[in-house]
Design a protein around this ligand. Structure first.
Ligand SMILES: Cc1ncc(COP(=O)(O)O)c(C=O)c1O
Length: 444
């Protein structure tokens, strides 16, 4: 197994920025060696056909439904989604896109336009972009007590499509992460994506599954997160990035013959200087080899369920943990201020993340309220790593609760408050002593 979490001392990277794109572990020797050997031999642009690109497409096709048999190689997830957009527009002759709220699909101008997470703070929503609610059964309009949340959320997409069509708009695609990560580590209800695919196809559009964060065995049960939807569900386009190259810039778009033929019909060839170069493909092949030989998909399933179980035990202990959800090594812990309203505990999440960092654990937050702890470690993350992280979270939450309790006691005895420094004073504490948004605790 490659280097696990030990990157200089005991740094444990669980977040996307802490190691998530490193599928098989930092500096995995097999991957490093494959890049080195191919670099010694030849690297060139992809105008010249090299065996590696063919072998790599072949190996990727073995992981996908057979309809997805055409592969385009690129250098980043953003490039992959931009090409997916071009393919969908060319194939359908339509321009418009439906996306999920709070989605992020990349940094190119075309993708900022279909990323509510970004465009809401920039130029706003373009007329060709249509936003459907996140299928969030914890905090969204249809929750765990709804009889059919999949249908209810899919109907929201249907309605978004109808409203667009009434304005004379024509849909090219529905874009979504197979598990919306930026939206808060959301696990859509089973059946949702199949119904959405029906609605978008009926409107003449294609279904694009963004697997850039969630693909390559991370979800444990399957190699691709869209497969959680069932065997019969096949997107028209799948985009891949991040983990695909274990840190090396590689990306891929997989699609059907029909979509690619429509794209080629323009006579304008697809060319990408470094996309699919021999070194990148050697790296991609090595990542697939390591995933297989080290059985990292099964490992993700085992460690992921262990981690979920232990985090759920923490939920029973700490009221700030509202929800623990996930699949394999893709897990979200939703922190709340109060059980009834499920108000995001944004500041508390930020505080927890900073305390974890002091303990050499890198974790980030996601979701509209920036209150969902994001677990997306390299897939070699071990049971020991999981235990260690959960123990630290437990310690910090216990400490936070203790501080709130003592502040509350001091507040009840007004005279004692003056002994506290400015920084340790909570400006607001609920009756039940739970943490609130204005809690300011500094370690003393
Ligand atoms: C879901 C998703 N899609 C696309 C991208 C863009 O990938 P890249 O940063 O490699 O261009 C990202 C990056 O964070 C992402 O999280």
């Amino acid at each position: 197994m490659g280097l696990q979490m030990e990157l200089r001392g005991d740094l444990v990277g669980l977040a996307d920025d802490g190691g998530g794109p490193l599928a098989v572990g930092h500096c995995h020797p097999t991957v490093v060696q494959a890049a080195h050997e191919q670099n010694l031999m030849l690297n060139t642009n992809s105008r010249y056909l090299h065996d590696n690109i063919v072998d790599y497409a072949q190996r990727l096709s073995e992981t996908l439904p057979e309809e997805l048999s055409v592969f385009y190689f690129l250098n980043s997830g953003s490039e992959a989604n931009d090409l997916a957009l071009r393919l969908a527009r060319q194939c359908t002759g339509h321009q418009d896109v439906v996306v999920l709220d709070h989605a992020y699909h990349g940094h190119l101008s075309s993708l900022i336009d279909i990323s509510p997470y970004k465009f809401r703070d920039l130029d706003g929503q373009k007329e060709w972009v249509h936003v459907a609610p996140l299928p969030d059964t914890y905090r969204g309009p249809y929750r765990e007590d709804h009889p059919n949340p999949a249908e209810a959320y899919a109907n929201e997409v249907k309605q978004v499509i109808s409203i667009a069509q009434e304005k004379g708009r024509k849909l090219a695609a529905f874009f979504a992460e197979s598990l919306p990560s930026v939206g808060g580590q959301i696990i859509p209800p089973a059946g949702y994506f199949s119904q959405v695919a029906e609605h978008i196809r009926k409107a003449g559009g294609l279904f694009v599954a963004d697997e850039i964060q969630v693909g390559f065995g991370r979800v444990g049960k399957h190699f691709w997160a869209f497969q959680l939807e069932g065997e019969n569900f096949v997107p028209d386009i799948v985009t891949m990035g991040k983990c695909i190259g274990n840190g090396h810039p590689v990306a891929c778009v997989a699609t059907t013959q029909a979509v690619s033929r429509a794209f080629e019909a323009t006579g304008v060839e697809y060319f990408n200087t470094f996309g699919g170069n021999p070194v990148s493909c050697a790296v991609g092949l090595a990542v697939l080899d390591v995933l297989k030989t080290e059985q990292l998909q099964a490992h993700a399933a085992n460690v992921g369920s262990f981690l979920m179980e232990h985090l759920s035990q923490q939920k029973a202990k700490h009221p700030i943990i509202g929800d623990v959800r996930g699949s394999g090594l893709f897990i979200g812990v939703d922190l709340i201020k109060d059980e009834t309203l499920r108000t995001p505990a944004t500041e508390e999440a930020e505080y927890l993340v900073s305390r974890l960092k002091e303990n050499y654990i890198l974790l980030s937050t996601d979701g509209p309220g920036r209150n969902v702890l994001k677990f997306k470690p390299p897939m070699c993350f071990s049971l020991d790593n999981a235990q260690h992280v959960v123990a630290k979270i437990d310690d910090i939450l216990t400490d936070m609760e203790e501080k709130v309790r003592s502040c509350k006691t001091l507040k009840i005895q007004p005279n004692s408050v003056k002994h506290l420094s400015e920084e340790t004073q909570p400006t607001q504490i609920q009756q039940d002593g739970k943490l609130t948004s204005t809690l300011k605790i500094k370690q003393v």
